[in-house]
Design a protein around this ligand. Structure first.
Ligand code: GLY
Length: 398
C-alpha cells in the first residue's frame, strides 16, 4: 500500500515537472532555489521508493549516484551516506519548510549506527554532514550524544607514533598504515568534539594529523599525493602513492580540493598561520594550473593524459568553490579574487553541468568522476558534488 502511494506520488511529480517544462510557452528559468526544491523532492521520492521496494539485505538508506540507469543507494557504512541527509538539512536551512526538516530527521537517523563503526576514517563525512548539520540547526541533545560517541570512535584510529589517523583498512597488500589527503575533511568533526565536550584530546589529534600531513603529503609545487603510507612502529614514511588518481606523481583533482578545504577549515579552528599559507598555496596550484579549463571545472586529474577530452570532476569544482568562499574570509591580499572565483565556479557549474529539471533522479549536478582507475563513477552525478554545491550557494548568501 505504501509502495503504491510512492509510485503514485512519483508519477504525479513527473507529470507536474513535464507540465511545467514542456507546456509553458517560454522555457522556464528556474531560480537556484526552485531548481533545488524540484530536484530534491524528486530524489526523496525515488529514495523512499527504493527503500520501500528493495530486497537488498544491506538496508540501503542514502542515494550516492546513478548506476546501470538506476538510482544507486548505499547503506550507512558507505563513506557517502551522510551527504544526502546533509543536503536535506541545507534545504531546510534555505527554505524553512518543515517538509525538509521532517525528511532530514528521517534520513539522518539511518546513519546513527555508524557511531560505533571503528573500521573507517570517514566518520566526519558520515556523521558531521548529517547529525552535525542537524545539531547546528536544532540543538538536539540526542544528536550531540551520538556525535560525541562517534568522535570517540574515530579517535581510536589515531596512532601517536605517526601522529595521524589511519584512513583505510582495505588493500593491506598495498600499504601498512595509509593516510589519504581526504582525511583532512574528518578533522572538522574532531574540532567540534573538543568544543562540545571540553576534552582537548580531539583537538590535539586533529592538529597532529594536520601537521604531519602538511609535512609529508605535499610536493614542491604544492600539489598533494593521494595516499601516504607510514610504518606504525617507527612513524617513517614508507611510500607515497595514488589510489584514485592517474599516477603516483599526478595531481588527482578531488584530492587537491579536499586539501584546500581541509587546511582552510583547520586555520579557522586553530588560527595557525601555516595552515592558511598552505591553503593559499593549494589555491594557487589549482587556479594557475595550465590544465584548468577556463570554466574552472577541473578534469578528474590535473595530469590526465587525454585532456581536453578527459572526464571532468564537478565534485572537485564544488568542493573548491565552497573552500574558496571560506578562504576569502581569511586571506589578507586575495579575498576578492577568491570570492569572485568561487562565484564564477558556481555560475559555470549552473550553466554547463546542472541536471535538466526532472532528470537524473533528482541529482542537482552531472559530470563528476568518483574513481576512474577503478572504472566506476565516471562522468556521473555524485551526491557529494551536490552537497558542496549547496554549501557554496549558502556561503554565497543563497
Ligand atoms: N573520500 C573518497 C573520495 O573522495 O573519493
Amino acid at each position: 500500500m505504501h509502495n503504491m502511494k510512492n509510485v503514485f506520488y512519483l508519477i504525479l511529480l513527473s507529470i507536474a515537472v513535464f507540465f511545467f517544462t514542456a507546456c509553458s510557452q517560454e522555457p522556464k528559468e528556474y531560480s537556484d532555489r526552485e531548481f533545488a526544491e524540484l530536484q530534491m523532492r524528486l530524489m526523496v521520492s525515488y529514495a523512499e521508493n527504493v527503500m520501500d521496494t528493495s530486497t537488498d539485505a544491506r538496508l540501503l538508506v542514502s542515494p550516492r549516484s546513478i548506476r546501470d540507469g538506476k538510482l544507486f543507494m548505499v547503506p550507512s557504512r558507505d563513506w557517502t551516506s551522510g551527504f544526502f541527509p546533509g543536503n536535506l538539512w541545507y534545504m531546510y536551512e534555505w527554505t524553512g519548510d518543515e517538509f525538509w526538516k521532517e525528511k532530514a530527521i528521517k534520513f539522518t537517523d539511518f546513519i546513527e549506527r555508524e557511531k560505533t563503526n571503528a573500521g573507517t576514517h570517514d566518520m566526519g563525512f558520515k556523521i558531521y554532514c548529517s547529525f552535525g548539520n542537524g545539531y547546528r540547526l536544532l540543538q538536539d541533545e540526542r544528536y550531540k550524544d551520538i556525535m560525541i560517541e562517534a568522535a570517540q570512535t574515530l579517535s581510536t584510529r589515531f596512532n601517536s607514533t605517526i601522529g595521524c589517523i589511519r584512513s583505510w583498512d582495505h588493500n593491506t597488500d598495498k600499504w601498512v598504515f595509509p593516510v589519504i589527503i581526504d582525511n583532512m575533511m574528518n578533522l572538522e568533526f574532531l574540532f567540534w568534539a573538543t568544543k562540545a565536550t571540553g576534552d582537548s584530546s580531539f583537538y590535539n589529534i586533529a592538529v597532529s594529523h594536520a601537521d604531519v600531513t602538511l609535512q609529508n603529503h605535499f610536493r614542491e609545487d604544492n600539489s598533494s599525493y593521494h595516499v601516504v603510507d607510514y610504518d606504525p612502529e617507527t612513524g617513517e614514511v614508507r611510500n607515497k602513492h595514488t589510489h584514485q588518481g592517474y599516477a603516483h606523481e599526478s595531481a588527482w583533482a578531488r584530492g587537491q580540493a579536499w586539501g584546500l578545504y581541509g587546511y582552510t577549515m583547520c586555520y579557522r579552528e586553530t588560527g595557525k598561520k601555516e595552515y592558511l599559507e598552505q591553503a593559499e598555496k593549494i589555491a594557487a596550484f589549482m587556479l594557475n594550473h595550465p590544465n584548468l579549463d577556463k570554466d574552472l571545472v577541473p578534469y578528474w586529474d590535473y595530469n590526465a593524459p587525454d585532456i581536453p577530452n578527459a572526464p571532468r570532476d564537478v565534485s572537485a569544482a564544488t568542493i573548491m568553490s565552497s573552500a574558496l568562499m571560506e578562504l576569502s574570509e581569511y586571506s589578507s591580499s586575495k579575498s576578492d579574487y577568491y570570492k569572485e572565483t568561487a562565484r564564477q565556479i558556481a555560475e559555470n557549474v549552473k550553466t554547463f553541468y546542472r541536471s535538466e529539471v526532472g532528470s537524473n533522479f533528482g541529482f542537482l549536478l552531472d559530470n563528476s568522476t568518483g574513481h576512474l582507475p577503478g572504472d566506476h563513477e565516471i562522468d556521473v552525478p555524485l551526491i557529494y558534488a551536490d552537497y558542496y554545491y549547496l554549501e557554496t550557494l549558502k556561503r554565497l548568501g543563497w
